[in-house]
Design a protein around this ligand. Structure first.
Ligand SMILES: Nc1ncnc2c1ncn2[C@@H]1O[C@H](COP(=O)(O)OP(=O)(O)OP(=O)(O)O)[C@@H](O)[C@H]1O
Ligand SMILES: [Mg+2]
Length: 151
């Protein structure tokens, strides 16, 4: 069970599920259902602030329909220091970063992640990370459209 939906593994691996039906009015559960694969992902990418325009343009080129951008602070394995030296090992400095959040169809996730890594890379420490997460559902508030149609 997953959020009221019945799912079973489609192939080996956590990524591939067939959704048998949801326990919602009008959605038949088992028998007469239409098997449907979960097909959406969310990319959360942390990048250097000065790279935002370049990354945005690269994502527009691969057809991304929407995104959310936030100013955030964070640290990675250098703990915000450009060098680790005696005495700074146990202190942490948060550095300003930009977080992008993008919901997208499964089959666009790799292309979008590649667009981000290529455009955000400087080759120096602190370039950031791309996290790719599964998404159960998306709802467009204005129309009540759901799933990929709502992206
Ligand atoms: N494990 C993590 N979980 C959540 N956010 C992270 C994590 N690692 C890094 N971040 C975020 O990404 C930003 C940039 O991380 P950064 O690129 O310095 O990672 P790193 O692992 O130290 O790699 P590098 O050695 O290239 O610097 C951080 O400031 C933080 O906001
Ligand atoms: Mg780092």
């Amino acid at each position: 069970m997953n959020n009221g939906c019945v799912v079973r593994p489609y192939r080996a691996g956590l990524d591939n599920w067939i959704q048998l039906g949801c326990e919602e009015p009008g959605m038949p559960i088992a028998g007469g259902y239409r098997a449907k694969k979960a097909t959406m992902k969310k990319i959360e990418a942390i990048i250097k602030p000065f790279k935002l325009e370049e990354v945005k343009d690269a994502l527009a080129e691969v057809g991304i329909e929407g995104m959310t951008v936030s100013e955030v602070k964070g640290f990675g394995r250098q703990k915000g220091h450009t060098e680790i030296y005696r005495g700074s090992e146990y202190t942490v400095d948060f550095l300003p970063k930009i977080k992008l959040e993008i919901a997208l169809p499964d089959d666009k996730a790799d292309t979008a992640a590649e667009a981000i890594t290529k455009s955000a890379k400087t080759g120096k420490i602190g370039d950031g990370k791309v996290f790719i997460l599964p998404v159960d559902n998306v709802i467009r508030i204005r129309t009540d459209e759901k799933g990929e149609e709502a992206i």
